[in-house]
Design a protein around this ligand. Structure first.
Ligand SMILES: C[S@@+](CC[C@H](N)C(=O)[O-])C[C@H]1O[C@@H](n2cnc3c(N)ncnc32)[C@H](O)[C@@H]1O
Length: 249
């Protein structure tokens, strides 16, 4: 590990984008090149980590579904410890740190410990997925509202605000939804969206192995169930999906 500097350190929570290393911001690349310590998650690719200083301490704190590699409190302690030693720390997160990134907890723990913290935004998976599909999330003729939500079950139940999700003229982007695609589509139909409303699952957007499955609320669940999904995936629901279908392979 590099020698501690005399000044007190700081932590940058940095967004790494959805996968394509060229979607890293210039600021993220600069901070990575300067950091003494880099804590990174599972979805961060080698091409992004190649921006790290050769002698930087790299700590994998990745989490896998239902199998947390490192408790969140241990991640907080690591960042605080390194910053108090006067080191510059980058906490590298997939996509944007402030969207389903547990950044709130990390910021609160750092501030409570008196550590300086700054956030560097990244391209979130919704933007990466939409760009890849040539899909305008807020197409002016089709969607006035964009809703970003999670399809992850809390305590085994899918606790979604169905009436809000089913409002007309809006696009839904549902992160962490691949295991719950069937329940989400059924819930949307039961709460008023048409069964032939367009829906799309995007897997590993902006990565070479990217795939998509496009259908309707009625047909998508079976199509997703029949496809082994290995990478991170999200659902996009709305008329904008139908408008973009066929524009790109
Ligand atoms: C814990 S959340 C982190 C989101 C991240 N902070 C962001 O802004 O994109 C992880 C979820 O993001 C979505 N995701 C991340 N990268 C993705 C990608 N390349 N393609 C599709 N979905 C992705 C998936 O829904 C995945 O389960």
């Amino acid at each position: 590990m590099p020698e501690p500097k005399p000044s007190s350190g700081r932590v940058h929570l940095v967004g790494a984008g959805p996968g394509d290393p060229e979607l890293l911001t210039l600021k993220a690349a600069r901070l990575l090149a300067a950091a003494d310590v880099v804590l990174y998650d599972r979805l961060i690719g080698d091409a992004v980590l190649d921006h790290c200083r050769a002698d930087a301490e790299r700590i994998f704190v990745g989490k896998r579904r239902a199998r947390h590699r490192m408790p969140q409190s241990a991640i907080h302690e690591l960042m605080i410890d390194r910053a108090r030693r006067g080191l510059d720390v980058v906490r590298l997160k997939g996509g944007d740190p402030l969207i389903f990134g547990r950044a709130g907890e990390e910021i609160a723990s750092l501030v409570a410990a008196g550590v300086r913290v700054e956030v560097v935004p990244g391209v979130t998976a919704a933007s990466g997925s939409a760009a890849e599909r040539l899909l305008s999330l807020t197409h002016r003729d089709l969607a006035q509202t964009l809703v970003i939500t999670t399809g992850h079950r809390q305590d085994g139940t899918l606790d979604l605000d169905w009436p809000t999700l089913c409002r007309p003229r809006q696009t839904l982007v549902i992160y962490m939804s691949h295991y719950t695609t069937g329940a989400i589509c059924a819930g949307l139909i039961a709460n008023g969206l048409a069964a032939d409303h367009a829906a799309c699952l995007v897997e590993s957007a902006t990565r070479p192995e990217s795939r998509h499955i496009t259908g309707t609320l009625a047909t998508l669940p079976a199509m997703v169930a029949a496809t082994p999904i290995e990478g991170p995936a999200l659902l996009i629901v709305g008329e904008v999906v139908g408008a973009s279908a066929g524009l790109v392979g």
